[in-house]
Design a protein around this ligand. Structure first.
Ligand code: LRH
Length: 481
């Protein structure tokens, strides 16, 4: 038996998982879970990265002699580090308002089609590229969040490839930073070091980390697939069907794995992006605003003094009439933190639909809308790749949301295979195990262990497709508006 540590940071919580590799399977146990949230100070939305660091140290302290540690997190965000190696500013959250203006300004200089063709990345306000353009603080280095934590653990700066691809600054053709693009937008590439291959062993933990956590001085820090979505996709337990994945958490990332990118105008218009996978593959996917809408709604109700329990809410939402009102979860009004139920109600009122009242009605509206958005993304995948999608693997926390999985099966007319819910931590650990030679290299050997480690639940589609098609059509004018 070998023990590996997977540090997995999400937009709403972070955790440290003990990954036990034994007889071709990985078993995960959580050693620490701590909240993560963005905090507003003087109109700027920050992450509390030092709070995360404290949670990580606590989780590592609870582990019994792991051979290695790997860190993954949400994409695109970074910490700025000065010449002395210290953080010079608190990392800003990708939902901060500064990025939209920077996007508009950059796109005036370099068109969306050119950016998409060069990097494969869908221009979205949160791409690191636009964040850099909005940056006001100067620094020596910019390290993406998992690389920042890896630097604090090992003292070695890295720019791991899967997460680097999400910046919008990596050249699709070379896999390295695009000097030409940086020059066009006036960005100093000196902030970034060479792109680090996924699975690079960075080196042992620093003595100060060993002292603070009790980890052995020989514990290796590994640049795992550090983009959480890349880690989750690395752990999808594909069977024999041609399947899409939905990495479902704060976001729903709906995609397929491919050998080659698609950078056609149609892919750009349909909102698809080409991110790097663990083996240099392409994760061709669309970002659908996922359980963020539900999580923010729950946070709002709790602030208002409602006693909300998720299981009870979902049970009630299951009994609400389906497709009564639907929203486009990717509408810009839902992007910022805040009173989501009120925004959902105003969207429904403006589009002439019944206005959801109770929390169960709002939750039903959100889940129907997400299932519909999943359907549209799967249709987009089929049209753009030319390959049929026979089944859908839902991985990540959303795999535990039985109602969303069932509705996704209903809306898409495809079987949904739900799980593992901890796909991100599993993928993180699997890539570490490959880096250490504990599992043979390549996606197939990794997937065999993923399959042995997970038992997905199957949801078959119920009922006719027509009501979903009609609801999608109902949304069409709202999207244009
Ligand atoms: C999901 C995720 C997603 C990114 C977003 C910023 O956690 O990493 O893949 O697009 O956060």
């Amino acid at each position: 038996m070998t023990l590996l540590a997977a540090v997995d940071l999400g937009a709403s919580s972070g955790r440290v998982m003990a990954a036990h590799l034994r007889e071709g399977r990985i078993e995960l146990t959580e050693t620490a879970r701590f909240p993560n949230r963005a905090v507003t100070v003087r109109g700027r939305l920050y992450w509390d990265v030092l709070g995360l660091w404290a949670g990580i140290l606590e989780g590592l302290r609870a582990l019994d002699g792991p051979v290695s540690v790997g860190v993954d997190s949400w994409a695109v965000d970074y910490g700025l580090v000065g010449d002395d190696g210290h953080l010079v500013a608190n990392p800003v959250c990708y939902r901060d308002a500064r990025n939209a203006a920077a996007k508009t300004e950059i796109l005036e200089r370099v068109g969306a089609a050119e950016l998409f063709a060069a990097t494969g990345i869908q221009p979205q306000p949160f791409n690191t590229l636009f964040q850099f353009a909005a940056e006001t603080t100067s620094a020596r280095r910019a390290l993406l969040i998992p690389d920042l934590i890896g630097y604090w653990l090992s003292g070695v700066p890295a720019w791991e490839a899967t997460n680097a691809s999400t910046t919008g600054l990596v050249d699709l053709a070379t896999g390295d930073w695009s000097g030409a693009l940086a020059e066009r937008i006036g960005l100093d590439l000196g902030l970034l070091g060479p792109v680090t291959p996924t699975g690079t062993v960075l080196g042992p933990v620093l003595p100060e980390v060993a002292a603070a956590t009790g980890l052995a001085a020989s514990t290796q820090v590994i640049a795992t697939a550090s983009h959480d979505t890349a880690a989750a996709v690395a752990a999808v337990p594909y069977g024999t069907e041609h399947a899409a994945y939905i990495s479902c958490g704060t976001w729903s990332l709906v995609g397929v794995e491919r050998d080659t990118p698609i950078t056609t105008p149609a892919a750009l218009d349909a909102g698809f992006t080409n991110e790097r996978g663990a083996d240099g593959s392409i994760r061709f996917l669309r970002n659908v605003a996922g359980l963020w809408l539900l999580n923010e709604s729950i946070a709002t109700w709790r602030l208002q003094g409602h006693d909300i329990d998720l299981a009870g809410l979902l049970a009630e939402a299951a009994r609400v009439e389906r497709l009564r009102s639907v929203v486009d979860p990717d509408d810009a009004r839902f992007a910022d933190p805040g009173d989501m139920p009120e925004r959902i109600r105003s969207y429904c009122a403006q589009t002439g639909q019944p206005v959801p009242g109770t929390p169960a009605e709002v939750a039903a509206c959100v889940l129907d809308s997400l299932a519909l958005a999943h359907r549209s993304a799967v249709e987009g995948l089929e049209a753009l790749t030319g390959d049929g999608v026979e089944a859908i693997h839902v991985v990540g926390g959303g795999a535990n949301n039985g109602l969303l999985c069932q509705l996704t099966a209903d809306a898409t007319g495809r079987a949904v295979l739900a799980g593992p819910d901890e796909a991100t931590a599993l993928g993180n650990a699997l890539v570490q195990a490959q880096a250490l030679g504990l599992i043979p290299p390549g996606p197939e050997a990794r997937r065999a262990v993923a399959r042995a480690s997970a038992r997905p639940r199957r949801y078959e589609p119920r009922g006719p497709q027509a009501p979903w098609g009609r609801a999608a059509a109902r949304l069409q004018p709202a999207r244009v508006a």
